[in-house]
Write a protein that binds this ligand. Structure first.
Ligand SMILES: C[S@@+](CC[C@H](N)C(=O)[O-])C[C@H]1O[C@@H](n2cnc3c(N)ncnc32)[C@H](O)[C@@H]1O
Length: 286
């Protein structure tokens, strides 16, 4: 869902996407991270743009030992939602202590990096600028922390048929190009990278001297599965709205595309995919 001009996200949208996010994420990268962090306790974790805590709910149970999480976001309502949900326990049933801080990512204070074991975020980096990202990578490297950044969109999106084969026509391709162009609009942290974040993120972390591993983490919403319907419908609606903003003169063309794709979705003839990458960055072993 597109954020508002002030980069606020709807908590119901975050709830709607949570199951698809969790299914898509790379267990292999989390496993490699867990191995690396095994001897640190309690783990000090900072979750940037934490929203309602989806990343905490997925990642904390995959990491070992007691954990202290700080959830940072500029949206107090989302953080309130995160705090009413039960804190998960670690992989080995140790407690997770969760604090929330309402703050703007534009100003990351140096104190946040002190004693930090893990910097993490999910579904964030398409919103940020290249220079913000480079600064963050340098701060992570200087702190000697690890980083796990999940679900950065990479610009691939489209439909599949009932057998899971790609099903993309010229109208879809035009819609993808327009949508990806819309993603570049500034969202409070400079000119947004949009889908370029998927390559800029590992590049910045590598340039900062970290060892970087990436895996695909795509949403795959198969055709004809009722549990995928609400998210797939919301994606098509959001996609159309972004393209209408990007190309106002094409309103009728966008509406025709939306109605056609919604009808085939509801008939169970198409599913949807959205490309993402997960990125793990580790400091050189001490
Ligand atoms: C797409 S949501 C992802 C939320 C959460 N990480 C998840 O995976 O569900 C992006 C989050 O970044 C936060 N955000 C965006 N710009 C921000 C900024 N300048 N400062 C702090 N938080 C920001 C939003 O409030 C939102 O919670």
């Amino acid at each position: 869902m597109m954020p508002g001009a002030d980069s606020r996200f709807d908590g119901d949208w975050l709830a709607l996407r949570e199951a698809a996010d969790h299914t898509a994420r790379s267990d292999a990268l989390a496993g490699r991270l867990a191995e690396r962090l095994a001897r640190r306790a309690p783990l000090r974790v900072l979750d940037l743009g934490a929203g309602t805590g989806s990343n905490l709910r997925w990642l904390a149970p995959r990491l070992p030992g007691p954990q202290d999480w700080l959830l940072l976001d500029h949206d107090a309502e989302l953080l309130d939602r995160a705090q009413v949900l039960a804190a998960p326990v670690s992989r080995d049933d140790r407690p997770t202590r969760v604090e929330a801080r309402c703050a703007d990512l534009a100003e990351l204070s140096p104190e946040l990096f002190e004693g930090l074991d893990l910097m993490t975020a999910s579904a964030l980096f398409d919103l940020v600028s290249a220079s913000w990202l480079e600064q963050l990578a340098d701060c992570i490297a200087s702190a000697g922390a690890a980083a796990l950044f999940a679900l950065t969109v990479d610009g691939r999106r489209g439909f599949v048929d009932a057998a899971g084969r790609a099903l993309i026509d010229d109208a879809d391709r035009w819609m993808v190009r327009q949508f990806n162009a819309h993603q570049l609009r500034a969202k409070g942290l400079g000119r947004a990278l949009g889908p370029a974040a998927a390559s800029a993120l590992p590049e910045a972390l590598t340039a900062a001297g970290l060892r970087v591993f990436t895996e695909r983490a795509d949403w795959r919403l198969a055709a004809g599965e009722p549990q995928n319907g609400p998210l797939a419908q919301a994606l098509i609606a959001d996609w159309s709205q972004a393209v209408e903003e990007q190309s106002p003169e094409s309103k009728a063309q966008v509406a025709a595309w939306r109605d056609r794709r919604l009808a085939t979705l509801e008939a169970g003839r198409i599913g949807l995919y959205v490309g993402h990458v997960d990125v793990l960055a580790l400091p050189e072993a001490p």
